[in-house]
Design a protein around this ligand. Structure first.
Ligand code: NAP
Ligand code: MG
Length: 399
């Protein structure tokens, strides 16, 4: 059989621990036999980030900007324990944070659904994709404890010296104080990424804030979205028959729970943090969550939402077989290959991505799955728990 040809290389970002092992296996068993794979390879594994003083992450992000489509393996975000374990010269920043900052992108997380694992919320039939504005607000806030009685003020000094000043509260006792900010430019990028991704995936877009209470701050988010939608996206949305819908966060929560799914829910930073954990838990398993970073100018980086699955890796290093679920990482590859196919007009490559996804779903529907999923099957489907390699072999048989 002739292998499927590619034109533009995919930016391949390798990673750490168990997912790095899965990465190599996915390529060997599920991609290289069928595709004449063209990638520009960047090793984002921690040893290479240390060796290059993290330059490799920056280079990879710039390559993503240049070529448009990347696929990324999970990577370790170093903490103090990792600094010791890997003998690091510095606590390197999260690669995802670095890439997101360079692409100015928004992360969209969506679950992979299978028949035998039912979401906790009975009405959900289709995936719910959460878009989190990963910039500013409480995550970049300045805060301190107010020690005693006194006046708290909000002060802004413009470049020309003009001052805006407002009393926040006249404290009659000790308390707490916090200052948050966001930037129009970041909200604009967030809005473009959301509208683009809705068009891309042909799904409705919901956006929610608390603008009734936050009449300047949250209202700004609402107005920026509205203006960009009216000016730049409305016509295309109408042509596709999809809608943009703004509502209060309280109302959004109620509607999401009652919905069938099948839409994108754009959230401010904190709401997105909390709601994405809620939605992914209710859909079943972190191992079945995909994630894609979309920049406002339409660059894509596909990955799994989970981490490097450290506990499994330590077992692997001891020579034990592990049953780590490769689904989200495989879907990162298929997402990226399909996107590459679409941009380069390669229908065979797109068809291959669809075929591989279908083979994965068929494998799970046939009851062959990794251990994490076995416990989630409630409908009596007979299941066999297999290790990661056997799971991929079963997928390959079905391609
Ligand atoms: P994790 O790697 O997502 O794993 C947490 C637990 O979830 C695992 O121990 C495992 O539970 C289960 N799990 C996650 N993915 C699975 C899969 N594919 N198959 C089967 N089980 C799976 O999160 P973590 O342990 O908090 O983080 C580990 C490392 O990943 C950290 O260094 C962190 O910095 C990094 N991280 C990277 C990314 C990224 O690159 N996007 C995201 C998050 C975390 P059991 O052990 O109970 O089986
Ligand atoms: Mg969270």
């Amino acid at each position: 059989m002739a292998k499927i040809q590619m034109k533009t290389p995919l930016v391949e970002m390798d990673g750490d621990e168990m997912t790095r092992i899965l990465w190599a296996m996915i390529k060997e068993k599920l991609i290289l036999p069928y595709v004449d794979l063209k990638t520009e390879y960047y090793d984002l594994g921690l040893p290479e980030r240390e060796r290059t003083k993290d330059q490799v992450t920056i280079d990879a992000a710039n390559a993503n900007k240049k070529y448009g489509v990347a696929v990324k393996c999970a990577t370790i975000t170093p903490n103090r324990q990792r600094v010791e374990e890997y003998n690091l010269s510095e606590m390197w920043k999260s690669p995802n944070g670095t890439i997101r900052a360079i692409l100015d992108g928004t992360v969209f997380r969506a679950p992979i659904l299978i028949d035998s694992v039912k979401p906790q919320v009975r009405s959900w039939k289709k995936p719910i994709t959460i878009a989190r504005h990963a910039y500013g607000d409480v995550y970049k806030a300045t805060e301190y404890r107010v020690p005693a009685e006194g006046k708290a003020e909000l002060l802004f000094t413009a470049k020309d010296g003009t001052v805006m000043r407002e009393t926040i509260y006249d404290f009659e006792c000790a308390g707490v104080l916090q200052g948050q900010y966001n930037k129009d430019s970041s909200i604009v990028s967030f809005a473009h990424s959301c509208f683009k991704f809705a068009l891309e995936t042909k799904q409705d877009l919901w956006f929610s804030t608390k603008d009734t209470i936050s009449k300047q701050y949250d209202q700004t988010f609402k107005l920026i979205f509205e203006e960009i939608y009216e000016k730049e996206y409305k016509a295309e949305f109408e042509k596709l028959g999809i809608t943009y819908f703004y509502t209060l966060i309280d109302d959004a929560v109620a509607r999401v729970i009652r919905s069938e799914g099948g839409f994108i829910w754009a959230c401010k930073n904190y709401d997105g943090d909390v709601m994405s954990d809620m939605v992914s838990t209710a859909f079943g398993s972190l191992a079945m969550m995909t994630s894609v970073l979309v920049s406002p100018d339409g660059k894509f980086e596909y990955e799994a939402a989970h981490g490097t699955v450290t506990r499994h890796y330590y077992r692997y290093l001891k020579g034990e077989e592990t049953s780590t679920n490769p689904m989200a990482t495989i879907f990162a590859w298929t997402g990226a290959l399909r996107k590459r196919g679409e941009l380069d007009d390669l229908p065979d490559l797109m068809a291959f991505a669809n075929r591989l996804e279908a083979a994965c779903i068929k494998t799970l529907n046939d009851g062959i799955m990794t251990k994490d999923l076995v416990g989630l099957v409630e409908d009596g489907t007979p299941v066999t728990a297999v290790n990661s390699a056997a799971f991929m072999d079963a997928i390959a048989e079905r391609i």
